[in-house]
Design a protein around this ligand. Structure first.
Ligand code: ZN
Length: 411
């Protein structure tokens, strides 16, 4: 990735705005004596912003404009301590809708589509983002919000919705429910726009097969507008990130240094035109990589790969760094297993153990299956897990982001 002159110009405008506002980042800049950046090298020396900075600014310390310009706030789920509040100006809200409408367009969605929105509404950025983009595009929003599967399916049939917006786990749940009820011929879905939760190829293949739809991955996070800052196009070669609104970097999460295009690392985002709460070099903790080269669609917006995990998901087990993606890849190599799994790490009798729960159907010998999975995981990560094979459907499906790794050592 190279930062363009136009992007540098926008960064300098953001720096000015931040210094004038004297918010946490403005103070960082002032203390470091930074008034602007002239080159990419200088840009890459700017301090990072972190989730903790945002928490420290609770409730409204991020605000970089006078309060009368703020029209809305959103908040990230505060499951781990103090929540983060992001203030938006009228322009921020509009920009977000423009980006989101562009996402739908990249997915080939038009004003003739009916879009069923299942993510939640409220403080959280999901539902309203999907809706604002839909209205901006001119399609028909069917705003169900989360849960109530009976109602979801009824509306899907009666309104003949053509696009489903959901998390991958909820899309899978709906797909399974449609198959179970034998109502597939009454469903008119053509496309799914799926939130950027980490999900494997296998799950994707299953949703695609059960529902017979094209799938698009949408990316975003509350701190940076919300979902809608990028999506894959029909060539499915990674998610295009809107370069007129954001600058993307990939860094090594340990050293903080930028890595070459194509290498995996942590996504760092800079907002280029945000007013309410501009963020410079924000560490997302999402793991991906820049996809080098050009997309066959001809778009100049750079691409990142599917989110492979969280930099803080890295598990240290028996002294070895293990990443959930590694386990997921091994499991995906067994066609007999479903896309669901659960990893439990515990500390028993003075040592770490990793248990992996996998699902299969009754035609497979469970003991033999467990033995084969154990061997293949061991050859990948260097130690043997305890593999438990269970019946198909036993592992939890969730309407929220699935929690597939449970570390019981610190509970
Ligand atoms: Zn493309």
């Amino acid at each position: 990735m190279t930062i363009s002159n136009e992007q540098l110009r926008l960064v300098n405008r953001q720096i000015e705005r931040l210094v004038a506002s004297d918010n946490f980042y403005g103070r960082k800049l002032r203390e470091a004596g930074i008034t602007g950046v002239a080159t990419e090298e200088e840009f890459e020396k700017l301090p990072f912003s972190q989730k903790q900075d945002l928490r420290d600014a609770y409730p409204l310390g991020l605000m970089a404009v006078p309060e009368e310009e703020i029209v809305r706030i959103h908040s990230s789920s505060g499951t781990t301590g103090v929540p983060v509040i992001i203030p938006y100006t009228k322009k921020d809200v509009e920009d977000w809708a423009i980006m989101f409408a562009r996402c739908y367009e990249y997915a080939g969605i038009t004003p003739h589509d009916r879009i069923q929105i299942t993510p939640g509404y409220g403080l959280w950025t999901a539902g309203i983002g999907f809706q604002a983009g839909c209205e901006r595009l001119g399609a028909m929003a069917v705003p169900l919000g989360p849960g109530n599967t009976d109602k979801q399916l009824q509306m899907m049939m009666d309104l003949k919705t053509t696009v489903l917006c959901a998390t991958s786990s909820y899309a899978l749940l709906l797909a399974e429910e449609i198959a179970k009820r034998g109502i597939g011929d009454r469903i008119h879905l053509k496309k799914g726009v799926i939130g950027s939760e980490r999900w494997g190829d296998k799950m994707r293949a299953r949703i695609r097969k059960e529902l017979g739809i094209e799938l698009y991955d949408i990316y975003g996070l509350t701190e940076i507008y919300g979902p809608g800052i990028g999506i894959n196009c029909k060539y499915n070669t990674g998610m295009h990130i809107w370069e007129d609104y954001l600058y993307v970097e990939i860094i090594d999460p340990q050293t903080g240094k930028n890595v070459p295009d194509g290498e995996w690392g942590e996504i760092v985002l800079t907002t280029l035109v945000k007013e309410g709460a501009p963020l410079i070099r924000y560490r997302t903790h999402d793991i991906s990589r820049i996809i080098p080269g050009e997309c066959p669609c001809g778009s100049h917006h750079p691409r990142i790969d599917v989110i492979a995990g969280r930099s803080d998901d890295m598990m240290k087990i028996k002294g070895v760094n293990v990443f959930p993606k590694q386990i997921e890849e091994v499991l995906a190599s067994f066609p007999e297993l479903s896309s669901e799994y659960q990893i439990r790490i515990s500390h028993l009798d003075g040592r770490d153990t990793m248990r992996i729960y996998v699902e299969t159907n009754g035609t497979v010998d469970f003991a033999d299956m467990a033995r084969r999975v154990t061997e293949r995981v061991k050859s990948r990560i260097g130690f043997s897990p305890l593999v438990k094979v269970v019946e198909l459907g036993v592992l939890p499906r969730s309407e929220k982001k699935s929690k597939r790794v449970i570390d019981e050592r610190f509970e």
